[in-house]
Design a protein around this ligand. Structure first.
Ligand code: MTE
Length: 310
């Protein structure tokens, strides 16, 4: 017969769910009110982020209104409709939150979101964003180059690719109860793409903590690629020797290639990629190679056949 050294937890000490939820709500109220000043860092969606510097990596284009950036989204964990994420993402609990960094690195680590927020100075970067569905936006993101985090974990010589893995929790993410994609959401980049200064580890937009529907508390933004490469609400970053397979490639390999660079001439999609509609505009505009970031990123693909490596 087994004996136990520690007594079982008395029933009176187990927090009933209703009480736990009430406590959480109270903490959330604290975080957003005057008492929030006592809390360690910006916590909840909508809160202003402190000490955000302007960045040189910014395009001088008219911003897409806040309402569209936060109300017209793709985040299949909360439904497949454009308005579903804003309606449903309130169930995502963004604190506590950790990001595990593992694989081909000398210093694997689990970073708390508060550590991430202090890892490098925050910058506002106005980026053009292009969705494969042929709409586009201009978004003032807040974050810092992913390279800052990558340097800390010291990738080994075998690290050739980086994989980003989003949260998998059907309790918080009701869309995961349907198998529209293979969960968790996975995306990847080649090492040099991940190290490129434009690749942004993103914690905010419009000067505020990321709203849940935009991928709180931390996501990737890769402005020269179609939007689906920019994984939201990530919990894991893995460094790999071989190319990872993303969720969209698993779902439809002939349309969703690994590279997914914005390319007006690549015709592998259901939607023509030659033009796009900027949200709010009436007329379409021509789509630019690498979403207009060719000066910065074309050298990464020198000599590659962009139609083969779509
Ligand atoms: N990340 C996760 N985890 N789940 C998703 O469904 N959708 C992608 C990308 N990241 C998605 C995701 C797609 S298709 C796009 S266009 C962008 O998020 C949209 O980002 P936004 O809603 O902040 O504009």
């Amino acid at each position: 017969m087994r004996t136990y050294n520690t007594p079982p937890i008395p029933a009176s000490e187990i927090t009933p769910k209703a009480l736990f939820l009430a406590r959480r709500k109270f903490m959330q109220t604290l975080g957003s009110g005057a008492l929030g000043a006592l809390m360690p860092a910006a916590l909840w969606a909508g809160e202003k982020l402190a000490d955000v510097k302007k960045s040189a990596y910014t395009v001088p284009e008219e911003l897409t209104p806040y309402k569209a950036v936060t109300g017209y989204n793709n985040f299949y964990e909360f439904g497949t409709g454009k308005e579903d994420p804003a309606a449903n993402a309130g169930s995502l609990k963004t604190r506590p939150w950790t990001v595990a960094v593992e694989g081909e690195v000398h210093k694997p680590a689990v970073f708390d979101i508060d550590q991430i927020l202090k890892m490098a100075s925050l910058e506002e970067r106005i980026y053009r964003m292009r969705c494969v569905e042929a709409w586009s936006m201009v978004v003032p993101w807040v974050g810092f180059s992913l390279a800052e985090l990558i340097k800390r974990v010291e990738p080994t010589g075998n690290a050739k690719f980086v994989e980003f893995i989003s949260l998998h929790d059907p309790e918080q993410m009701p869309g995961q109860r349907s198998s529209v994609l293979n969960w968790p959401y996975k995306e990847g980049l080649r090492m040099d793409e991940a190290m490129h200064p434009l690749t942004l580890l993103t914690v905010g937009l419009y000067g505020e903590v990321l709203p849940n529907q935009n991928g709180a508390p931390v996501r990737i933004v890769v402005p020269w690629k179609y939007g689906y490469k920019s994984a939201k609400s990530i919990v894991k970053i893995r460094f790999l020797e071989t190319q990872p397979v993303s969720s969209w490639t698993e779902a439809n390999p002939s349309e969703y290639g690994f590279y997914s660079n914005v390319n007006p001439e690549a015709d592998n999609f259901r939607w023509s990629q030659a033009k796009e509609r900027r949200i709010g505009d009436f007329f379409k505009r021509p789509t630019l190679l690498f979403n207009g970031y060719a000066d910065e990123v074309a050298p990464l693909y020198a000599g590659m056949d962009l139609k083969k490596y779509y």
